[in-house]
Design a protein around this ligand. Sequence first.
Ligand code: ATP
Length: 316
Amino acid sequence: MDVVTIGESMALFTPNTEGKMRYANTFSRKFAGAETNIAIGLQRLGYQTGWISRIGEDELGEALLSFVRGEGVDVSQVTRDASLPTGVYFKELRHEQDVRVYYYRAGSAASQLSQKDIDEKYIANARYLHVTGITPALSETCYETIMYAISLANKHNVPVVFDPNIRVKLWSSKEKAREVIKTIAKRADIVLPGVSEAQYIFGDYTISEYANFFLENGPSKVVLKEGSKGAHYFTKNESGFVPSFSVDRVVDPVGAGDGFAAGFLSGLLEGLSMEDAVTRGNAVGAMVTMVNGDVEGLPSMEEIHYFIQRDKEDVR
Ligand code: ATP
């Protein structure tokens, strides 16, 4: 596997109409979860990914598994749970700038992920282990599972990529979120926080100070994403900023960070420079915002090249 990831994926319901969800009568059913978004993103770019998770032995679980498998992700490490359901969430698009999510995932099958779900060989054979800050927020056993997987990756010299993906609604307190995110970041090789997430974790500092907080404690590469502005990258010897691509209309901003991670990681897997890998991440992030759904806008490599070229030449 090029990248192995661990976490929860859910059925995602989006109202077919804009505005308050309470008035919506019809919904589209999609599937999403940060970890499968990234796995699917990398598959579309030609990389082999594997997903470790638990899902319910229910109808939504059947459809979710078929969907992720259908995108080419290896689902051999997904355990079915006969007693707990597959998680569900709703995404309310009130308008472009006001997108809200509502989770129905407490007590889901994935919230009971445990160390027993992790096969050491599966992690040892990966080129990268990818984890997010969502999984450790789901339950104590999920937190332990992530720490165990990271310790296996560390043991087998598999670099760990960590996207904090702070979802305030999932944490019991800000202090707990900060403590866990810092603990995981220390054990990671690459961290991909948003600038606003760094502010949430450390308080008010400059972007280079945020980068140094990470670099001084373990990781060798840090990218601080700044939405429509662009992304700042830092290693021990280089740093830079790559502006975002312009987007005519943001249809759905959710999933841009996962798209960024997929594009950026594909660049690292290909041996691109940090600047070029970040440029690729920015392109995928921008392309994801133009389409409704977390994974529907994830591009092929050919589509990325066309998008980047078109931006340079402004041709249509
Ligand atoms: P998420 O909400 O998915 O967790 P995030 O906060 O991790 O997102 P963002 O900084 O919002 O990540 O977006 C990641 C990348 O996607 C940005 O660095 C940028 O390249 C691209 N991107 C996001 N929003 C836009 C936009 N409005 N226009 C162009 N590019 C965008």
